[in-house]
Ligand binder design. Sequence first.
Ligand SMILES: Nc1ncnc2c1ncn2[C@@H]1O[C@H](COP(=O)(O)OP(=O)(O)O)[C@@H](O)[C@H]1O
Length: 176
Amino acid sequence: MATTKRMVPNILITGTPGVGKSTLSRLLAERTKFTWREVSKLAEEYSCLDEYDPEYQCPFLNEDKLLDIMEGMMAKGGNIVDYHGCDFFPERWFDGVFVVRTNNTALFDRLTARGYTGKKLEDNIQCEIFETLLEEAQSSYKPEIVVELQNDTEDQLQKNVETITEWIERWREENI
Ligand SMILES: Nc1ncnc2c1ncn2[C@@H]1O[C@H](COP(=O)(O)OP(=O)(O)O)[C@@H](O)[C@H]1O
């Protein structure tokens, strides 16, 4: 399919639940004036959630329906897409893929504070330990567009906002 060149990039922020994707995306959207697309909220808003998965204690995502809805949003660029998964998005949507990482202690505390317990808590901690989302990003996108960002502390959070803002500036210089 022929694609029109974007004047501003689309960015994907991915990682295990609790690593700080939403916090980073919100700050980045304020800073860059890009549009924050919280995929979980879009899925709810546009009724893309199917029946409840009792094992993982969350509803199944109807990926095809969600992608159809997001296609038009992504066309012009300037989006920050935030989701704990990335292999089902079309590769052509993204110019930069940022995988947010957090150490186990911080992640445990954040997920416990969110009310996660038992299998759900353990699965998410393991997901981070086994670098599941990093591997998913590396196997779904070209290695040169995948960037890992450590996000344990407030200082690192601010630094991550700077890193992506500078990355956007560089993209503009190189692509326009
Ligand atoms: N760099 C950071 N330092 C300390 N706490 C953070 C940091 N980033 C996020 N948090 C906190 O961690 C929790 C989970 O963050 P959130 O952005 O909701 O994660 P996600 O969107 O990946 O599930 C929130 O309470 C948030 O305030």
